[in-house]
Write a protein that binds this ligand. Structure first.
Ligand SMILES: Nc1ncnc2c1ncn2[C@@H]1O[C@H](COP(=O)(O)OP(=O)(O)OP(=O)(O)O)[C@@H](O)[C@H]1O
Ligand SMILES: [Mg+2]
Length: 224
């Protein structure tokens, strides 16, 4: 199972949701969970030293002759039940390999959560954008993470990509509610995450994977 967490606008909470969801899923089964980092912020959020070795960008660039165990060799342990595939030290490219990557991740016996980053759809926006679109589109669960911000929701609704579910990061004082977001995007809200200081603190201190705040864990329980 591949769960892709993506946003239509920066700063939406995609990395936080991906890290928390993988932690929650990793506790469910004996095999744990795998986090695939296509955006680059996961080491900081997980409290890991910045990896300086190869990652997903290098795997994509290596082409079809890459050894069968190359992906597994990139994995870095985070804590029992959670491992991460780092993003690598170059820009994402080789979009022709992105479908193969998505299929390998989806076929992993563990639940795999990908932090896909921001998905855009401007003509000529490059190989990196294409890799993100493919990973978002090819997932078992394609989750748009968005705040109830009209600018973000409008961008999501104009993409050629429809998520299978929405994780709504609810902020006070917004005029768009759950129903309006669902209508504009054309997908159901599968989790509603409150903006809470406990989440912000866990992120800032790199402790998110060690102690997922109770409210965030409860909100994501049925997201995938
Ligand atoms: N539920 C939440 N409660 C409080 N703060 C949150 C919550 N979710 C995210 N944040 C904060 O919002 C900021 C953006 O979150 P995050 O990095 O997950 O977004 P993103 O969509 O991955 O952004 P980027 O576009 O930079 O990849 C961070 O400072 C994070 O701590
Ligand atoms: Mg991010």
């Amino acid at each position: 199972m591949l769960v892709s967490c993506w946003s239509a606008k920066g700063g939406s909470g995609a990395t936080v949701v991906a890290a928390a969801l993988a932690t929650v899923l990793g506790r469910r089964g004996e095999e744990g969970a795998l986090l695939a980092d296509l955006a680059g912020d996961l080491p900081v959020v997980l409290g890991l030293p910045e990896p300086d070795g190869p990652g997903l960008a290098e795997w994509l660039a290596a082409g079809p002759d890459v050894p069968a165990d190359a992906l597994a060799r990139l994995e870095v342990p985070v804590r029992p039940g959670l491992r991460v595939l780092p993003s690598g030290s170059r820009a994402l490219g080789a979009p022709e390999r992105a479908e193969v990557l998505a299929a390998l991740l989806a076929g992993d016996p563990r639940p795999v959560v990908a932090d896909v980053g921001t998905v855009t759809a401007r003509p000529g926006d490059g190989a990196q954008a294409e890799v993100r679109r493919v990973l978002a589109a090819s997932a078992t669960h394609s989750l748009l993470v968005t705040r109830s911000c009209y600018l973000a929701v409008r961008r999501a609704s104009s993409l050629p990509l429809r998520p299978s579910g929405i994780v709504l990061v609810a902020e006070e004082g917004r005029s768009l509610g759950r129903r309006e977001v669902e209508d504009l995007v054309g997908a159901p809200v599968v989790a509603e995450v409150a903006c809470h200081k406990d989440v912000a603190r866990a992120v800032d201190s790199g402790l998110l994977a060690r102690r997922v705040p109770r409210g965030l864990e409860r909100a994501l329980r049925h997201a995938a």
